[in-house]
Write a protein that binds this ligand. Structure first.
Ligand SMILES: Cc1ncc(COP(=O)(O)O)c(C=O)c1O
Length: 387
């Protein structure tokens, strides 16, 4: 039977390029994956235990649509203590199903059909689809390795039209590991103020900065009233499967996001929220230990990639290296496919994160030093062979 076609916008959006090679790799027992953007650590035991204990006490209900009051209070306290950033936990903080849901809600709450959102690339794979699914139009701005993948504020200025509604900023960056400077972010905020734009800032990797201190965008002068701040527990606390994130921002925007969340999700799972409460209150040291290990691995992988003939700048944050593979003469896809088939190493082609990612691959170092070293030997052998 011939049914009517499904949504055009969904049909025309390609599936995520991140997972493409994973199914092939799953059937190769000795494959090494630098593909997934997920901590290789278990969630700290104290966090798992807190969840088990809450289950034993029968905490299995819905929570408030905004999320558990205790968790919102803890997040508000954390943001005051760490960023001097004050949000009212009653109506300015919304607990979501990961930053993924928060991003979707932010777009749906802000955009009318045809509104443009400026988004520097390469960027996390969900950004453009979220804008499109909300009826918006992504306007992408390329960034370059020469500029260490920091966005040039002049290019943002040049991309603004009467339809521009918001800027989507995310540092530290997935996939490049780039971090922002205070000056650059302040200039971006000034542009937003001048043109009366919202800023959506995804700071999920804020704890994972190695050489510099993270600059929290809503703390900058002029930013607070127009910024929707997104963060979550997946990366810093190795809690990807618990699916807890949050949004903080102006009361009216958070209320609009809550309305969508209320009808579509109702609330984030209480087990995840109980675990997140333990993480934010007592997980700092566990998280810090993981971050120190990422830092060691970062140095090993960046040195190894450069030695192998793949120029790679030192990423200042997140857990990704983004080397250039241009000198091999292969496209990002060819490189990734052949590296997997010939040397059993999974990396993600840079073009999965936007056209300007072509000529690069993303290597996640959220895996053990032993595996990273093995993978580097295989990558070096492969590059020698193809170059
Ligand atoms: C930049 C960025 N934002 C959001 C997410 C999704 O995070 P969550 O697990 O909180 O949905 C990821 C996951 O890789 C990410 O890299």
């Amino acid at each position: 039977m011939k049914m009517k076609p499904i949504s055009e916008v969904v049909l025309s959006t390609p599936a995520s390029g991140i997972r493409r090679f994973f199914d092939v790799a799953a059937k190769m027992p000795d494959a090494i994956s630098l593909g997934v953007g997920e901590p290789d650590f278990h969630t700290p035991w104290r966090v798992r235990e807190a969840c088990i204990y809450s289950l034993e006490r029968g905490r299995t209900s819905y929570t408030s649509n905004y999320g558990l009051q205790e968790l919102r209070d803890a997040i508000a306290a954390y943001l005051i203590n760490n960023e001097q950033l004050e949000y009212n936990p009653d109506n300015q903080i919304l607990i979501t199903v990961g930053v993924s849901e928060a991003m979707d809600l932010a777009m749906r709450a802000l955009l009318n059909p045809g509104d443009e959102v400026i988004c520097p690339e390469p960027c996390y794979v969900s950004y453009k689809p979220c804008i499109l699914f909300a009826g918006g139009v992504p306007v992408v701005i390329p960034t370059t390795a020469q500029a260490e993948f920091r966005v040039d504020p002049d290019r943002i200025r040049a991309a603004i039209t009467p339809k521009t509604k918001a800027l989507l900023i995310s540092y530290p960056s997935n996939p490049t590991g780039a971090v922002a400077t205070r000056e650059m972010l302040q200039e971006i905020v000034a542009i937003a103020v001048e043109h009366d734009l919202y800023i959506i800032t995804d700071e999920i990797y804020d704890r994972l900065t190695y050489d510099t201190t993270h600059v929290c965008l809503p703390t900058l002068q002029g930013a607070y009233d127009r910024t929707i701040y997104l963060n979550g527990f997946s990366k810093a606390y190795a809690m990807t499967g618990w699916r807890i994130g949050y949004a903080a921002g102006p009361e009216d925007v958070i209320e609009a996001m809550m309305k969508i969340h209320q009808y579509t999700m109702l609330c984030a799972p209480i087990m995840g929220q109980m675990a997140a409460l333990e993480a934010i209150n007592h997980g700092y040291d566990d998280s810090q230990e993981m971050i120190e290990q990422y830092n060691q691995r970062r140095r090993v992988i960046v040195r190894g990639l450069n030695d192998a003939g793949l120029p790679c700048f030192m990423p200042g944050g997140a857990f990704y290296a983004f080397p250039s593979i241009k000198e091999t003469g292969l496209s990002s896809e060819e490189f990734s496919e052949r590296l997997l088939m010939e040397e059993k190493v999974v990396v993600v082609p840079g073009n999965a994160f936007g056209d300007c990612g072509e000529g690069y691959v993303r290597c996640s170092y959220a895996t053990s030093i032993e595996k990273i070293e093995q993978a580097l030997l295989r990558i070096a052998r492969f590059v020698k062979k193809v170059s």
